[in-house]
Design a protein around this ligand. Structure first.
Ligand SMILES: *Cc1c(COP(=O)(O)O)cnc(C)c1O
Length: 336
């Protein structure tokens, strides 16, 4: 199948399996898995932070970061469209006793500075204590400018807030803008990075931050059930992805652009956004169900809605993109 539902659907490569098999392992809860320890050091260095911690998922890494920054009755400012707010089961509130203060995202994914400023509460016992600003990069595939990140985090710090970046796809931003990862992480106290998205590892996210923050996070990770044992097997997959799959993200971005260009030619289809490895498109309502069936019959998986997201990744080739466009064209030739 040509699967464009998400960049999470990739399978490990043979070389990745071999790296996993070859990894020396220990019990990471006891702190003695050499592969995990070395990988965490490598990611901390790449992110320009003092320390780093491996998690099974980005959801847990984000949750634990929020809990390491905020206590019960604290509040974090977050985008209405942010993953931590909208797509993680409300974990900050449910499990962290942290009140989210959502702010409407602008079209470019940023939170307007005046809206952030207005959302920060004064110190009054009527209000939750505003403690953290959480941003996301990329968001909806869009790279947020470093200029904006500097301004937003400076504003946060002026008000005594900590800052967290959900960088699930920060590697895409680094490649798209040819910027070192550490530079993108620099404005933030903590950064969560996913290795199971564009980089193509089966499992694994890393939280990077100060020694003190990561020590607190290690405690919350255990509470959340994220203390893993011979997790060097997973760290080896993530490390292999970091060393061998980073450059390929540029191909994903180019393929998403080609896909968007091809789809823009289809009758009634509107490309609403194309950035990094994502294409967002509107389809005429009457074609959604039959087109989804037609695509599936032709070996193509798309989460097709009136507003659909298509994502390129490691397991999508140039030929796959050509085929998707051709199969869509064939549908519209018959039904358009
Ligand atoms: C996927 C994703 C996460 C969560 O990662 P999981 O490993 O799926 O839990 C967090 N933030 C963003 C922006 C994501 O895309």
């Amino acid at each position: 199948m040509i699967d464009l539902r998400s960049d999470t659907v990739t399978r490990p490569t043979q070389a990745m399996y071999e790296a996993m098999c070859a990894a020396p392992v220990g019990d990471d809860v006891w702190g003695d898995d050499p592969t995990v320890n070395a990988f965490e050091r490598a990611v901390a260095e790449a992110a320009g932070k003092e320390d780093a911690l491996l998690f099974p998922s980005g959801t847990q890494s984000n949750l634990v970061a929020l809990m390491a920054h905020c206590g019960r009755g604290d509040e974090y400012i977050v985008g209405q469209q942010a993953h931590t707010y909208g797509f993680e089961g409300g974990g900050a509130a449910v499990l962290g006793s942290i009140q989210p203060q959502p702010v409407e995202n602008a079209d470019d994914g940023t939170l307007p500075l005046d809206k952030i400023r207005a959302a920060i509460k004064i110190d009054d016992f009527h209000f939750a204590r505003t403690r953290l600003l959480a941003l996301e990069n990329t968001i909806g595939g869009k790279v947020v400018s470093q200029d904006y990140m500097q301004q937003a985090t400076t504003l946060a710090r002026e008000h005594g807030l900590a800052t967290h970046l959900d960088g699930a796809r920060l590697f895409n931003a680094a490649v798209a803008t040819d910027t070192p990862l550490a530079a993108l992480c620099a404005p933030f106290d903590s950064v969560s990075l996913c290795f199971s998205k564009g980089l193509g590892a089966p499992v694994g996210s890393v939280l990077a931050g100060s020694t003190e923050l990561i020590a607190r996070a290690r405690r919350w990770r255990k509470v959340a059930g994220g203390g893993m044992r011979q997790s060097g097997i997973l760290a080896a997959a993530c490390w292999h992805a970091l060393e061998h799959h980073m450059a390929g993200l540029a191909d994903d971005h180019r393929r998403a652009e080609t896909l968007a260009r091809g789809m823009a030619e289809l009758p009634g289809v509107t490309i609403t956004s194309q950035a990094t490895n994502m294409v967002f498109a509107d389809f005429p309502a009457e074609h959604v169900a039959p087109l989804a069936d037609w695509l599936r019959e032709n070996g193509i998986l798309i989460d097709l809605l009136e507003s659909a997201r298509l994502v390129t990744h490691l397991d999508i080739s140039d030929a796959d993109i050509d085929r998707v466009i051709a199969v869509m064209q064939a549908y519209f030739n018959r039904h358009g």
